[in-house]
Ligand binder design. Structure first.
Ligand code: HEM
Ligand code: HEM
Length: 310
């Protein structure tokens, strides 16, 4: 059912698949910590017993958050200005862009002591500060969407831009993956059927929204059903060959490897077929994101001018 070589192929594929996932986990943990701090912070600073936005502490928090957001704008600058090439690696700048894009707004939330003008609900306080605040939330939130689209059309979060042909070539290389399942021809056949169908749907970049969503759902469903089927087949073969407990244990290990392979293969098929749509979504995102950045910068500068002028 399995050879040493196949096991190595499986392990290599798993290593490749595992790397971006661990970065996603780190990012998820970071966002969770920020969310918890934001919730707990509300109870600590919103009664304004510790400080107010205009006090020393409040003012310095505003300054710190504002500087963080100015610093994150160095990333697009680093991308475009040739002279800045000498300073650091682009992926590092990008990482800090995203980290500061979350920590900056968090610092500003603490600066505001959660006191923001909201029409009808909380119509008290500075309107220009509130405009800056809403733009900031929109930009930071939209950045999170952008991050998602970005990973779909680049080699990982910090890799260079991918092309659909590269993704297809990678998929063809993983032809070995399908043959790994020669002991389970039904699974092999279904994986192949999924690839052919996804390729047909995506031809000439004409994947409509409905099919785009359907492929995502289908990938999830097929992953689950094939993994279940694989488990059944492996257990049946073990029973048939009267596996010893030690053999059963090693079979469970193989099952985990194969499960990872099925999932990464189906995800690779999905990503290749959705590529053009993600490219388009990323360019729409850009059109939406950039004016918001300008609005945020102008309203924040106006707010700083206003608090000093009056
Ligand atoms: C994107 C950046 C910023 C946002 C979104 C923001 C937001 C806010 C908000 C919501 C308030 C509370 C207003 C109220 O009570 O209704 C406030 C107050 C204040 N902010 Fe900011 N702020 C930012 C940056 C800054 C910076 C960089 C400084 C100073 C250099 C600053 C100085 C102040 C001061 C002095 C107050 C108190 C104003 C008062 O009590 O009338 N802010 N800010
Ligand atoms: C206040 C917060 C933020 C501001 C002001 C901001 C601003 C910008 C600007 C000006 C660009 C450049 C677009 C270009 O190169 O044409 C950009 C790109 C980007 N930002 Fe942000 N951003 C913020 C937060 C975030 C966050 C929180 C994330 C992710 C979690 C993020 C992810 C991205 C991505 C993926 C790109 C595209 C990168 C590329 O094409 O090279 N941003 N952002």
């Amino acid at each position: 059912m399995n050879s040493q070589v196949q096991t190595e192929v499986v392990k290599d594929q798993r290593k490749v698949a595992a790397k971006p996932k661990s970065k996603d986990h780190m990012w998820g943990i970071f966002i969770l910590v920020v969310a918890i701090v934001t919730i707990i912070g509300y109870f600590i600073v919103s009664p304004q017993k510790l400080y107010k936005p205009g006090d020393d502490i409040g003012y310095n928090l505003g300054l710190a958050g504002g500087l963080m957001m100015l610093a994150l704008l160095l990333y697009p600058l680093r991308k475009r200005v040739k002279f800045l090439d000498k300073f650091g690696l682009l992926p590092t700048w990008f990482k800090w862009h995203m980290v500061l894009g979350i920590l900056g707004p968090l610092t500003i939330i603490f600066h505001s002591t959660y006191h923001v003008y909201i029409p009808y609900f909380h119509p008290i306080g500075s309107v220009n500060a509130a405009v800056a605040m809403y733009c900031m939330f929109l930009v930071s939130g939209s950045g999170t969407f952008g991050r998602f689209f970005y990973t779909k059309i680049h080699h990982g979060l910090y890799g260079r831009q991918a092309t659909v042909n590269e993704l297809k070539a990678e998929l063809e290389q993983s032809g070995d993956v399908k043959s790994t399942f020669s002991f389970a021809p039904e699974i092999e056949k279904k994986m192949d059927w999924f690839r052919v169908q996804a390729e047909e749907n995506a031809q000439a970049g004409k994947l409509g929204l409905a099919k785009f969503i359907a492929i995502g759902i289908q990938t999830e469903m097929l992953s689950r059903s094939l993994v279940k089927e694989l488990h059944g087949i492996m257990r049946a073969q073990a029973r048939e060959k009267n596996f010893t407990p030690a053999q059963m244990k090693s079979m469970e290990g193989m099952f985990i490897e194969y499960r990872g392979l099925i999932k990464s293969y189906l995800s690779a098929v999905r990503d290749a077929s959705q590529f053009h749509t993600y490219e388009r979504l990323f360019s729409y995102w850009h059109i939406f994101h950039i004016p918001l950045v300008y609005m945020m910068v102008f309203s924040a500068f106006y707010h700083v001018y206003a608090v000093h002028a009056y």
